[in-house]
Write a protein that binds this ligand. Structure first.
Ligand code: GDP
Ligand code: MN
Length: 380
């Protein structure tokens, strides 16, 4: 789960990372009031779950309350790479002498958290990594040993930060960011830019936190930060029902049992010349309620034109799944053609149950490839 900048800053503050004081605003008048409270020059920042807001016109300095109101008017409603701005973070403006970059992320290859620090902050880190890789100091932390201050020192020297006053502050900040990374079960904590003010103060001017969805049960206060309005309707429904759902950009909705089968189903749809619109993983189950929930979620995706229901019965019995499908179709109306492929334990019985009931819109195919071909045809 990605957090907004203001939420990341809230967490940063809790871990003792220096950030500027600010207020949330959703209207120009609120922005004006926030600027009034903060006093002096402020920066009006679009809160969207994507980066590059500065370049897109989503970050503007304002001289005072009236100017903040005007800037808020310009930024609210702006579309930043598909994200419409509905919230603003009004922050006391900082003077910037230097812009650095600091992040902690997972290096899946190394199976360790990776710290990265460079004095070339403010711009895309990918660009720094490509054009001047020597300027980007990188260091892995062994998760069992944990973070040690000598590692931050090595990182700081590696990045070429040589002012002792800055070194001291960055050293403390890296330690706190690592605490935040572990404490929040984050997948990414990025500070870009990490600034040095003309007075020599180091602080986080931006914040990007991404928290592991699978750890949210441990952090109810972070889970609550999720902005339900930012996700499409079917994703919200999936989350409420506890259905595993992933949105893709084709036309065939996919329902399968088990991650491995679902992955191969995506491939087979591609092989048949189609594109998956999304997929739902039923897991081991095939009970009616599970099928209803999954079909509802898949059917709510406006891009879906046909549904491919691919079941391999291992522990799950196909006759049970077939009954689940029929019960589900009794309880709901699905406008899209559904192609079912049942194989594995009790597949014969399952197919017979479906053939006997033969509900409209339901098409059974014996093999995965044939079923995929049919579903792709229907989607055309
Ligand atoms: P991003 O473009 O989405 O990464 O948003 P940032 O929060 O990183 O802001 C983009 C840029 O706006 C920064 O790199 C700064 O140059 C500038 N900026 C942001 N806040 C301030 C501020 O308080 N004072 C000044 N002078 N510039 C700021
Ligand atoms: Mn930034």
């Amino acid at each position: 789960m990605d957090l907004y900048e203001y939420q990341g800053k809230e967490l940063s503050r809790r871990y003792g990372i220096p950030v500027s004081e600010g207020r949330l605003a959703t209207t120009p008048d609120e922005a004006r009031a926030a600027a009034e409270e903060l006093g002096g020059q402020v920066v009006v920042k679009a809160q969207v779950l994507t980066g590059g807001r500065g370049k897109a016109g989503g970050i503007k300095l304002a001289e005072g309350p009236d100017d903040a109101r005007a800037k808020a008017e310009q930024i609210l409603g702006l579309d930043i790479r598909g994200h419409v701005v509905r919230k603003l973070w009004i922050e006391r403006a900082s003077e910037i002498a230097k812009e650095y970059y600091l992040s902690i992320t997972f290096d899946r290859g190394a199976k360790k958290p990776l710290l990265m620090l460079t004095t070339q902050g403010g711009i895309d880190i990918e660009e720094v990594a490509e054009k001047s890789p020597e300027a980007l100091a990188r260091l892995h932390v062994d998760p069992l040993e944990g973070f040690q201050p000598y590692q931050a020192r090595r990182l700081i020297y590696g990045a070429g930060i040589d002012d002792p006053n800055e070194q001291k502050q960055v050293l403390a900040l890296v330690g706190k960011l690592y605490e935040a990374f572990v404490g929040c079960d984050a997948m990414l904590c990025e500070v870009n830019p990490l600034i040095v003010t003309p007075q020599g103060e180091v602080k986080a001017l931006d914040s990007k936190f991404s928290v592991d969805d699978n750890a949210l049960y441990k952090h109810p206060e972070i889970a609550e930060m999720r902005d339900l309005d930012a996700a499409p309707a079917e994703e919200r429904a999936a989350r409420e029902k506890g259905v595993t759902y992933v949105k893709l950009d084709g036309e065939v909705g996919i329902l399968g049992n088990g991650a491995g089968l679902v992955m191969s189903t995506l491939d087979v749809i591609a092989l048949a010349g189609g594109r998956p619109a999304n997929f739902c993983d039923l897991g081991g189950g095939g009970d009616a309620q599970g099928v209803v929930d999954a079909l509802e979620v898949i059917g709510a995706d406006p891009q879906v034109r046909s549904i491919f229901f691919n079941i391999f019965g291992g522990i799950t019995r196909c006759d049970e799944v077939a009954r689940g499908i029929l019960q589900a179709l009794d309880r709901m109306t699905i406008e899209h053609p559904i192609v079912v492929r049942l194989d594995g334990t009790n597949a014969e019985e399952g197919r017979e149950i479906l053939a006997e009931a033969s509900p409209p819109n339901l098409h059974a195919e014996p093999t995965m490839l044939e079923a995929a071909g049919r579903a792709v045809e229907f989607a055309r």
